[in-house]
Write a protein that binds this ligand. Structure first.
Ligand code: AQP
Length: 333
């Protein structure tokens, strides 16, 4: 059986990278896979400090974005992680399966902890173990993610393999990452070498899903570029990260590829390309944003979706967790 699991952290500033690299792809997957769980991963969010009232609002915002983008809550399970205790329970078991050396190699921890890793939370360090629990609590087989999560998924496979080996049973499946689309890594509008990120201190580095039309146009206009016109072939983007990023964003929004975009805009400068990109971004994002705003005004509906989703997720995870507890040797009622 094929089952999809994926998640987004409710850490505020949901951005175009989250939309193009994750949420929008999930909309397509719901037609391909019968069994999809999409999770607002609030347990992951608190690995760095979150103001409690912001966390609640951001949890609803991510759920609203999923629904507004076209993920059907009736056909899929949409829920927030903390409502399903199996995630935390299985994560503890995986804390005891994963090895320190494996976590030491995780580049995301190094990036997020920065120079002062002594002050990072233990949760941030153990984040990939919780991610393994998110996926394996449902024995999910496929996980759509952006490029940045590839290393964590390899660790999920290692944890599953070691658990199966230690407890002598092919219990957990080997998870396959699904990395697809033209926007697997949307970069910062201010620096083409770092990824567009919720936590970037510069708001101009990203297009937020809550930005209005003027904000989107202004940020694209101010985006860093170089003085050369756009090339006619993709190869000509080598060594031009900011140009490559804007062309990639255009291609993803237009549902086409980089070659087709360069076929249209090759030879033209950014003075012509940026307004076209801004118009495209506004026309593609506005309907989703309008629906997001409508949903954010209907908090009861969003909460009901998350609650109903959590009940279904709990049903799916409970029997898997019981089997794990039996394998590990935990006495249970
Ligand atoms: N820039 C990006 N381009 C493409 N995909 C991206 N994703 C994140 N950034 C980009 C994908 O979005 C999904 C949810 O990500 P997350 O909420 O777990 O956040 P993150 O990967 O830690 O990155 P963020 O959103 O920028 O947050 P911070 O600033 O905290 O690092 C994932 O599938 C991810 O691949």
């Amino acid at each position: 059986m094929k089952r999809i699991f994926s998640g987004v952290q409710p850490t505020g500033n949901l951005h175009l990278g989250n939309y193009l690299g994750a949420i929008r792809n999930w909309v397509h997957l719901q037609d391909e896979f019968e069994d999809c769980l999409f999770c607002v991963v609030d347990l992951h969010a608190i690995t760095v400090w979150q103001e409690p009232k912001d966390l609640v609002a951001n949890t609803r915002e991510v759920a609203a974005a999923m629904i507004a983008a076209g993920i059907d809550p009736k056909r899929n399970v949409i829920f927030n992680q903390s409502q399903v205790s199996a995630h935390a329970e299985l994560a503890w078991i995986f804390n005891c399966v994963a090895r320190l050396g494996w976590l030491d190699r995780m580049t995301q921890f190094k990036e997020k902890a920065g120079k002062d890793k002594e002050r990072a939370s233990v949760g941030l360090y153990a984040y990939p173990n919780l991610m393994a629990a998110d996926i394996l609590a449902y024995k999910a087989t496929h996980v759509p993610v952006g490029e940045d999560q590839k290393q964590h998924l390899e660790l999920v496979r290692d944890i599953a393999q070691k658990f199966n080996h230690d407890y002598g049973q092919e219990f957990f499946p080997q998870v396959e990452p699904l990395i697809f689309g033209t926007a697997t890594r949307v970069m910062s509008l201010k620096d083409g070498s770092s990824k567009m990120s919720k936590s970037d201190s510069s708001d101009n580095s990203r297009i937020n899903m809550t930005d209005d039309i003027d904000g989107i146009a202004r940020k694209i206009k101010k985006a860093k570029t170089d003085p050369e016109p756009l090339p006619s072939e993709a190869q000509g983007l080598d060594g031009r990260p900011e140009a490559a990023n804007l062309v990639g964003i255009y291609a993803a929004l237009a549902d086409t590829d980089v070659e087709a975009v360069l076929g249209e805009f090759g030879g033209q400068g950014f003075g012509a390309f940026k307004p076209a990109l801004a118009d495209l971004a506004v026309s593609k994002l506005s309907p989703v944003q309008d629906e997001m705003r409508r949903l954010m005004d209907d908090v009861a509906h969003v909460d009901n979706v998350l609650h109903a989703g959590a009940e279904r997720a709990n049903d799916l995870a409970a029997s898997i967790l019981e089997e794990v507890q039996d394998l590990v040797g935990f006495l249970r009622p």
